[in-house]
Design a protein around this ligand. Structure first.
Ligand code: SAH
Length: 360
């Protein structure tokens, strides 16, 4: 059976070079060969470790902020608790466990998991067994979430959405394309025509030659859809990811395999491919669609304000043998040289909702 590289090479030979976004979509989500479609990439034995896999504290604190949002919403009898790209289901499991302390929260929550990968859906099902009071539902797209009050969480989801890249050339901006070189390997090329205003909105005018400018239309559309819901129903959304809060230039497409950086154009479907999240673009889209916007705030500051140190202390007291492990996890989640600064939290809320906890 031909692998994804062969499939893409044939496609390029027949129809011409493809955009970076098309390449990323195929590499991650091709139904047959996509990176997420078959495997569980997380954990020590996998390719990378995400915050909920580092420690239960992450999901627990998020669960408590969700419960607080539900209370601020006026404790609706039922609401959609939505997670985008739940991975192994660890975050939602920890959130529901922690949410038990707020009476009525778990009873009201209708869990919707937005997940394309059948392999990960199965993992999530196992992780949530016995925790959700109503059977969770799996959807492949946020737009299918039932209308009504909602609380949304997304950790390391937006970085997996496909970006388009544009390069500043002597002739102006041109889209970066993936093509196949004379040696038969993938390489980058450029589009012949300039991008339209819609394709590359806000491309800087005075960027140095060779600069790369990225846009993520799928992220902007998704945030606009979430914010649109929040303008019609009460609720909140929490987006945690790594990225930048100022319009930045630079090629942030990166591949990770076995906890190491790999080449993005080598072995599509075999490594995780991500790009930094442009929080400014998300804020703009959310505000325009009628939601309040808070942050982004560095993950370290946010988790500290949520009381992660207190939680770590009580965990250590409860299991003395694990003190070192808990301290290491704490450092990893909030340390400026670990995930504390690169990762950021952004909250969206419906008009009238208070500022979510932690957004100091
Ligand atoms: N939130 C998890 C996993 C992050 S990895 C954690 O923090 O551990 C990204 C997740 O998003 C995976 O579950 C992946 O299968 C899913 N995913 C990626 N692209 C998607 C898409 N377009 N639609 C739905 N799910 C997607």
């Amino acid at each position: 059976m031909p692998g994804l590289a062969d499939v893409l090479k044939r496609r390029i030979a027949e129809h011409g070079p493809i955009t970076v976004a098309d390449y990323m979509t195929a590499a991650l989500a091709d139904p047959e060969h996509g990176y997420y479609m078959r495997r569980d990439p997380f954990g020590r034995a996998g390719d990378f470790i995400t915050a909920p896999e580092v420690s239960q504290m992450f999901g627990e604190l998020i669960g408590l902020t969700c419960a607080e949002a539900w209370q601020a919403m006026g404790r609706p009898e039922s609401f959609q608790l939505v997670e985008l790209g739940p991975g192994r289901g660890t975050l939602m499991a920890d959130a529901l466990r922690a949410g038990k302390v707020v009476q009525g929260f778990n009873q009201a929550a209708r869990v919707s998991l937005i997940e394309i990968s059948p392999a990960l859906r199965a993992k999530q099902k196992d992780a949530l067994a016995g925790l959700a009071q109503h059977p969770p539902q799996w959807l492949d797209d946020f737009s299918k979430t039932p209308e009504g009050p909602l609380v949304v969480v997304a950790n390391e989801f937006f970085d997996a959405l496909p970006v388009r890249q544009f390069v500043n050339t002597r002739d102006g901006w041109r889209e970066r394309l993936v093509t196949v070189g004379k040696t038969g390997e993938f390489g980058f090329g450029l589009s012949a025509r300039p991008p339209t205003r819609d394709e590359a909105p806000r491309a800087p005018i005075n960027a140095p030659l060779g600069s790369v400018f990225e846009v993520c239309p799928a992220a902007v559309a998704l945030v606009a859809a979430i914010a649109g819901r929040l303008s019609r129903h009460s609720g909140q959304a929490l987006i945690v990811d790594y990225g930048h809060d100022a319009t930045a230039l630079g090629d942030t497409l990166q591949a990770v395999k076995n906890h190491r950086y790999a080449k993005p154009l080598e072995g599509p479907g075999e490594a995780d491919l991500t790009a930094h999240v442009d929080f400014q673009a998300l804020k703009r889209a959310a505000g325009a669609a009628g939601a309040q916007v808070f942050g982004p705030i560095d993950q370290g500051r946010w988790l500290t304000a949520l009381g992660i140190r207190v939680r770590a202390d009580s965990l250590k007291k409860a299991s003395l043998g694990r003190a070192r492990e808990i301290d290491a996890a704490l450092k990893r989640l909030i340390g400026g040289d670990a995930m504390g600064r690169l990762f950021k939290a952004l909250a969206l809320a419906s008009p009238g909702m208070p500022k979510p906890p932690g957004f100091v």
